[in-house]
Every structure is written in structure tokens, then in C-alpha cells.
Design a binder for this molecule. Structure first.
Ligand SMILES: NC(=O)c1ccc[n+]([C@@H]2O[C@H](COP(=O)([O-])OP(=O)(O)OC[C@H]3O[C@@H](n4cnc5c(N)ncnc54)[C@H](OP(=O)(O)O)[C@@H]3O)[C@@H](O)[C@H]2O)c1
Length: 256
């Protein structure tokens, strides 16, 4: 199933100057109608239907790397590979953001398949963990702080040749990208189910709290993806035709 707003992503990426020092960042999640990514008990497979999951694979193929936080690896053990359409070899790089490099060595996201695999960790990651990852052929980016911050690792990922990232969660990682003003757009595949207030939402904690400070997106028309809906938005600072209003100052595009 071809979805125009998804296929046009490359054109939107081109709006970034060629020398922009960070990758294009797309956020993606499969959510319930109340924006939740898992049940309160942690069950998340599957919220959306097969067609939406197929579109998710297409999104992966349109990016140079797929990124998740360690919480998602530990909860879901995702492969992060493209498994629909034309086989893509090598596939997009797979990146795990993991302060202490505690990612299990047998995690599917690290399984060798010819694509690049990276772990972004913090200053306190144990050297023996880093050595074990290197042994597996995993590239390690170690930040100078205990928790790797996007403002540190995004330019480094760009320098290693990764110009576009699909960030597939979880909520805490999404929140970090949004809070820093690093996210360009969002694709939410929304299922006709509700999971209630104890279930985690697709975006974790954000500081602020007033409507005027809330990050704003310019929404596209929702698209039906079989039984689900695709809700897509571009963060206001990155919407070329509608520059952000001074009354909505967050998130600003972080300075290059
Ligand atoms: N439905 C969906 O589409 C979908 C997609 C993904 C995940 N999920 C669900 O989301 C849940 C996991 O989400 P989560 O929020 O707990 O985990 P997460 O966002 O995948 O990972 C968060 C963890 O990453 C590490 N981290 C390192 N640097 C970070 C940074 N700069 N910003 C944020 N995190 C950083 C932190 O742990 P350390 O400091 O310990 O490294 C943090 O707790 C699971 O229930 C999973 O099933 C659902």
C-alpha cells in the first residue's frame, strides 16, 4: 500500500541544508486511540494491524538508520530490519541508545546481517561490555556524560554517514528528541482501541506544562491504513510553508 505522505518523506528531508550537522529525525509509534504504546502490563504486540506494520517497514527502508532506546530492546527485542518489499541489503543501520551498554549480546537488534549496528552509550559503560560489543562487530559511540544526550550523539551519527534516522521509541527516547527540538516529524499509526490512563503514552515526560510552551506540529490529513489511521505531523519549526509563531517558542530547532 503506497501512502503519499510517507513516500514524500525524501522531499521533506531535502528541505534540510546539505551541510546540516545532524540527521533528519522521524519519530514513529504504533498507538491506541488514546496515544498509548503498550498496556499497563507492558504488552505492545500488536497494537496496529498488518498494513500499518507494513507501512512501518517502508518507513524503515526510507531512512538510513532505525533507532530505539534500551527500554524497547529489553521489552520487545525488535529486529529493526526491513522485512517487506524488495530485500534491502544492507538494510538501514540499527542503533540502540543505552547509557550503560547493558543491551543483551543476543539481542535481535545486534544480530549480524550485513547492516551497521551501533550502540550509543554513556561515560560509565563498563569497558568489558564495550569490548564484548566490539567483538560482535558493533560500533560504539561513548558519550562523555553518564547518559548520552541527543545533542552529543546526533552530530556524531551524522559524521559517521547517517543522514536520516527513524526513531521507533520508546516514549522516553521520543521525549528526549522532542524536548531538545531535534525531531522533524512524527508518524503515529493509530488503532481503534483504548488502553487507559495507566498505559504508557508514545511520548514520555516533557518539561513545561503550559499550552503556549507545548511543542506544535502541522498535521497532514489522516490516512486510513486498513483498520488503522495514520496521523502524521511535521514539527512547526521544520514546516517550511508555516514558520513557527513566536508565541510557540518550543521546540526551537536546535542550533546547528
Ligand atoms: N507501540 C510502539 O510503537 C512501541 C515502540 C517502542 C516501544 N514501545 C514500548 O515502550 C516501552 C519502552 O519504552 P521506554 O520509554 O521505557 O524505553 P525507551 O525509550 O526505549 O528507552 C529509554 C531508556 O533509554 C536510555 N537512554 C539513554 N540515553 C537516553 C536519552 N538521551 N534519552 C532517553 N533515554 C535514554 C535510558 O535508560 P538507561 O539510562 O538505563 O540507558 C532510558 O530509560 C515498552 O513497553 C515497549 O513495548 C512501544
Amino acid at each position: 500500500m503506497e501512502i503519499a505522505v510517507l513516500e514524500q518523506i525524501s522531499q521533506r528531508m531535502l528541505a534540510l541544508p546539505a551541510d546540516f550537522p545532524r540527521p533528519w529525525v522521524t519519530l514513529k509509534a504504533g498507538v491506541s486511540l488514546d496515544g498509548k504504546v503498550a498496556t499497563s502490563g507492558g504488552e505492545s504486540r500488536w497494537i496496529t494491524g498488518e498494513a500499518a506494520r507494513g507501512a512501518g517497514h517502508r518507513l524503515r527502508a526510507l531512512h538510513q538508520a532505525v533507532v530505539v532506546g534500551i527500554g524497547t530492546v529489553l521489552a520487545d527485542d525488535p529486529q529493526l530490519t526491513v522485512r517487506q518489499g524488495q530485500p534491502q541489503l544492507p538494510g538501514p543501520a540499527r542503533v540502540v541508545v543505552d547509557s550503560t551498554a547493558r543491551v543483551p549480546l543476543q539481542a535481535k537488534a545486534l544480530a549480524p546481517d550485513g547492516s551497521r549496528r551501533l550502540v550509543v552509550c554513556g561515560s560509565q559503560a563498563a569497558p568489558d561490555r564495550l569490548a564484548a560489543l566490539a567483538e560482535l562487530g558493533v560500533e560504539v559511540l561513548q558519550a562523555p556524560t553518564p547518559r548520552p544526550a541527543p545533542e552529543w550523539f546526533l552530530p556524531r551519527l551524522r559524521q559517521t554517514g547517517l543522514a536520516s534516522l527513524l526513531v521507533e521509541g520508546g516514549p522516553r527516547l521520543h521525549a528526549s528528541f522532542i524536548a531538545g527540538g531535534f525531531a522533524h516529524e512524527v508518524f503515529l499509526f493509530m488503532a481503534g482501541m483504548v488502553l487507559g490512563e495507566d498505559a504508557p503514552g508514545w511520548c514520555g515526560p516533557l518539561e513545561g506544562g503550559t499550552l503556549s510552551q507545548a511543542p506544535r506540529l502541522c498535521l497532514s490529513a489522516p490516512v486510513r491504513v486498513e483498520e488503522d489511521l495514520l496521523v502524521h505531523g511535521v514539527f512547526a519549526p521544520f514546516q517550511p510553508s508555516r514558520p513557527s509563531s513566536p508565541s510557540h517558542p518550543i521546540p526551537r530547532p536546535a542550533a546547528p
